[in-house]
Each structure stands twice: as structure tokens, then as C-alpha cells.
Ligand binder design. Structure first.
Ligand SMILES: Cc1cc2nc3c(=O)[nH]c(=O)nc-3n(C[C@H](O)[C@H](O)[C@H](O)COP(=O)(O)O)c2cc1C
Length: 225
């Protein structure tokens, strides 16, 4: 597979097998992630990797908090107006369609939120916090470069990963469980393991918009998007 095929084949499965993966592989993947670029080489990623019974206990704490008090994120979940919430709604419609969950079936949709909180059955998750640095935008960007390295390294090693912003919607519960300082804000979880290829949501294939919708070209001849 060439690099373009490789990178375009990465995808987010939302179902995992419970199988453990070798600790050496996890270490290699962490080293690959760590090689990401960052603003002034600040490397502002602060990552807690959890597996085994610890992850199950965290999942139970998250579900209890969600069922009792609801969500409590560090950062707002606001996609603004126009194309961005539209794309998000298209993804949700596709995903719920694949699961056979109707739009008006609130209980089934809530159960799928709980499935997120069960880490989709995966044996590992990396919880990604950013430190107090100004308005945190630069740290959040750097966390993103780290996360993409992580995802691509998982793919290269034959595993899968899915970022889970959903976990960050219960940030105080995660911090309390892990003993993390309140100043460290949770951006996302990156949940990983071997994917369950038999699941209807193994590959959602949400597609991407045309380049012309996201890229504007200045002064380059022949690059018609
Ligand atoms: C920061 C971030 C947070 C995400 N949070 C969730 C999540 O909570 N639950 C989920 O099922 N997918 C989540 N995703 C996965 C996206 O929905 C997915 O990347 C997007 O639809 C494109 O699909 P693909 O990864 O299969 O190419 C998240 C992705 C990112 C980058």
C-alpha cells in the first residue's frame, strides 16, 4: 500500500475486540506519537494510557455520572452555524442508520452514548489532557498532531483507534478517577485495540467534502480545485 492509500484507509471503528495487544507495540506507538511536531517544541501533550480493569472501572464511573448528573465538559461543544453542524448531522444520520436506530428513538441514541462511555468495548484508551498555557489553542493544536501520529501508528501496526471527544464531556469525572490536576483540561480520549470487523459500525465511511470547500489557492497556476 502506498502512503496515500494507507492514510486514506485509516478510519474510526466504533466496535472493538477485547484482545490485549503486546506492551512493546503500545510503547512503539507512543514513541511514534511523541515524534509529532509542536509549537516551539513545547510537547504539551499529557497522556494517561489506561487498560485492563482500570479502564472498566473508569467506564463504570463515567456511566454512573452520565446517568445521574449528565455531561460536564471542559470546553463547549458548539459547531457554530452552517456547514459544520450540517456535516455533524450527516455523520450522525449515517451512523445511526447503520445501527438501525431511528431519529426519534431517544433511548437507543442514549444507549449509543453509553456505548461510547464503554469505550466501544476496546481494551485501551489514551486520555489526552492539555496544560494551562494561555488560551490553550496552541496546546490543543499540538495535541491534534500527536493524536494523528498515534492513529496512523496504530494503523501501521495493524490496530485501530477512534478519538472520543465524548469522554471529554465528563472531564471532571475522568480527572477525579485518575488524580489529575484540575488545571489539566481533557481534549479527547483516543481509544484503541483490535477492531471488530463484523460490527455494522466497523467502517462508517463518512467521506469528505471537495477540496474546493476547504482550500483556497493563491498564485499557483494549474492547481484547479
Ligand atoms: C477530536 C475528535 C473527537 C471525536 N469524538 C468522537 C466521539 O466522541 N465518538 C465517536 O464515535 N467518534 C468521534 N470522533 C470520530 C469522528 O467522528 C471521525 O473521525 C470522523 O467522522 C471521520 O471519520 P473517520 O475517522 O472514520 O475517517 C472524533 C474525532 C475527533 C478528531
Amino acid at each position: 500500500m502506498n502512503f496515500s492509500e494507507f492514510i486514506r484507509n485509516r478510519h474510526s471503528p466504533r466496535a472493538f475486540l477485547p484482545d490485549e495487544i503486546p506492551a512493546e507495540d503500545i510503547k512503539e506507538i507512543l514513541l511514534d506519537a511523541q515524534s509529532a511536531p509542536s509549537n516551539s517544541n513545547t510537547q504539551p501533550w499529557n497522556v494517561h494510557v489506561i487498560g485492563g480493569q482500570k479502564l472498566k472501572d473508569l467506564s463504570a464511573a463515567l456511566i454512573e455520572e452520565f446517568d445521574t448528573n449528565g455531561l460536564n465538559p471542559d470546553f463547549t461543544v458548539d459547531y457554530g452555524e452552517g456547514v459544520h453542524p450540517q456535516r455533524s448531522m450527516e455523520l450522525a444520520a449515517k451512523m445511526y442508520g447503520m445501527l438501525g436506530i431511528a431519529r426519534e428513538d431517544k433511548e437507543a441514541r442514549t444507549e449509543f452514548v453509553r456505548e461510547n462511555l464503554r469505550f466501544f468495548g476496546a481494551p485501551y484508551s489514551a486520555l489526552m489532557f492539555i496544560p494551562p498555557m494561555g488560551d490553550r489553542i496552541r496546546a490543543a493544536f499540538d495535541q491534534g498532531t500527536y493524536a494523528e501520529n498515534f492513529l496512523l501508528s496504530l494503523t501501521a501496526h495493524g490496530y485501530h483507534g477512534v478519538p472520543q471527544g465524548m469522554i471529554s464531556l465528563l472531564a471532571p469525572t475522568v480527572r477525579e478517577f485518575l488524580g489529575v490536576d484540575e488545571e489539566y483540561k481533557l481534549v479527547t480520549a483516543l481509544t484503541f485495540g483490535r477492531a471488530d470487523e463484523s460490527s455494522p459500525v466497523y467502517k462508517t465511511n463518512p467521506g469528505r467534502v471537495a477540496l474546493s470547500e476547504t482550500v483556497t489557492v493563491h498564485g499557483i497556476e494549474g492547481l484547479g480545485l
